[in-house]
Design a protein around this ligand. Structure first.
Ligand code: FE2
Length: 431
């Protein structure tokens, strides 16, 4: 008689160990090289990689799927993106935001992402996007964890009633306090904004995730202020600095100091390599800067680096499907993280590190008695997953299959034969 709800046979963990995984009542009930008892349903993983789901630690679901059609960005710059979004945001409705965001979330689920932290523009007295995403968070809770960041897109001090909007947003459904200090008119105002963000988060008991230093200006140094305020408020492990692209322009001595204090303050860094490689360096001639914080150097100090897709088809990024592995692939390239162990570290950024940022202090990897949230990849190792960018075979949440895909079937007609191509070298184990 079957003991378990499911048994996944012949799976491979990210370290290469072969396992069977038993699932019961939404949890991982057993994990061992060979489980003798059977499941009501048996899934043959066929030697493929099984991991926790991907985490999209930074996206803007309110602006998603507005390009083309609703607006466009002629220059392709970050500042024109803010301008174009500002022109259309007064026209959005709750139903409209929900429809677009839901479509993007389903794309992400199909590609193995089950935790999504979305920034929500709260520089809008109607809170249209916030109310839409608050509803969607509830409606889609069985398939995805959404976190909502109150994001002051047009500033806090330089926007009318910015402080009140930020605080009210927390009482209207936002989970996390956001900010944008480099967008304030002066450095002093940027610091005042951060002081307010930290005071508010401390008072309300919230996590912090600030758009910080998303510029090429090497004099934009608000991340150091975030580290200091994290220590002052005792908020270690609860603070994320997002984008942080100015780090790519700091001199080596300052970069070294900054990484040291980030580590000591327990601040994580969330990078968005796809959008920022496109948006940064726009004032450069040649060479053009890369637009990504130095993830290799941050990771070497065990500073948690997580990844975001940031934008899908919106005024800042007209492309994208929400496949977080594409962001990891780009991070690997821009970060020069092509050493064998480094590639495994990049895969961790897309999974384990994202979970640490999302739910600090909770288990971040597959574990006995932990939730059966997992992905069976069409790849046998993290490195092969980063090479092939596959769509997952199976996505499971709390012990239920919520997405399945089949690998594309590709044939080449050659020499009077039909040859099937899957980009997996024969006799090669993918590691
Ligand atoms: Fe962003």
């Amino acid at each position: 008689m079957a003991r378990w709800n499911y048994v996944i046979r012949n799976a491979k963990l990210s370290g290469g160990e072969g396992v069977d995984i038993a699932i019961q009542d939404g949890h991982i009930a057993a994990m061992a090289p060979h489980l003798s008892e059977v499941g009501q349903e048996e899934i043959d993983a066929d030697g493929q990689l099984v991991t926790v789901p991907l985490v999209d630690a930074h996206i803007h679901l309110d602006t998603t799927l507005t390009v083309p059609g609703r607006t466009s960005n002629r220059s392709g710059t970050l500042l024109e993106g803010i301008q174009r979004w500002g022109e259309i945001k007064s026209d959005i409705t709750v139903q409209d935001v929900k429809k677009r965001a839901k479509e993007a979330i389903l794309w992400e689920i199909a590609q193995g992402t089950l935790q999504i932290r979305t920034h929500v523009d709260i520089c809008d007295e109607r809170f249209t996007a916030l109310y839409a995403l608050r509803e969607l968070k509830e409606e889609m809770a069985s398939v995805v964890d959404l976190q909502l960041v109150a994001f002051p897109q047009e500033g806090v001090l330089c926007y009318p009633h910015g402080k009140e909007l930020l605080e009210t947003a927390l009482h209207e459904g936002a989970d996390i306090v956001g900010g944008i200090p480099h967008y304030e008119w002066t450095r002093e105002d940027g610091i005042r904004e951060l002081e307010y963000v930290f005071e508010l988060a401390h008072r309300e008991g919230r996590l912090i995730d600030v758009h910080c230093d998303e510029t090429d200006d090497p004099d934009s140094r608000f991340v150091e202020t975030m580290a200091r305020l994290t220590k002052i408020h005792g908020w270690e492990g609860r603070v994320s600095a997002s984008h942080t692209t100015a780090m790519h322009s700091y001199n080596p001595a300052y970069g070294f100091k900054l990484r040291r204090i980030l580590r000591e303050a327990g601040v994580s860094v969330i990078v968005n390599p796809l959008t920022n490689v496109l948006l940064q360096g726009r004032f450069d001639d040649f060479p053009k800067r890369r637009g990504m914080a130095p993830i290799k150097e941050l990771d070497a100090l065990e500073i948690p680096v997580a990844l975001g897709f940031d934008c899908i088809m919106d005024p800042w990024y007209p492309l994208g499907t929400g496949n977080l592995l594409q962001a990891a692939w780009m991070a690997l390239h821009l970060g020069h993280m092509s050493g064998a162990e480094e590639m495994n570290r990049v895969f961790r950024m897309a999974t384990i590190n994202g979970r640490r940022v999302f739910h600090p202090g909770q288990p971040s990897d597959l574990a006995l008695q932990g939730p059966a949230d997992l992905v069976i990849w069409d790849a046998c190792s993290p490195i092969e997953a980063l090479r092939l960018l596959p769509v997952p075979r199976t996505v499971m949440r709390q012990g239920k299959i919520i997405a399945q895909s089949q690998a594309a079937h590709r044939q080449v007609y050659y020499d009077d034969r039909t040859v099937t191509v899957d980009f997996k070298p024969q006799g090669h184990n993918g590691v």
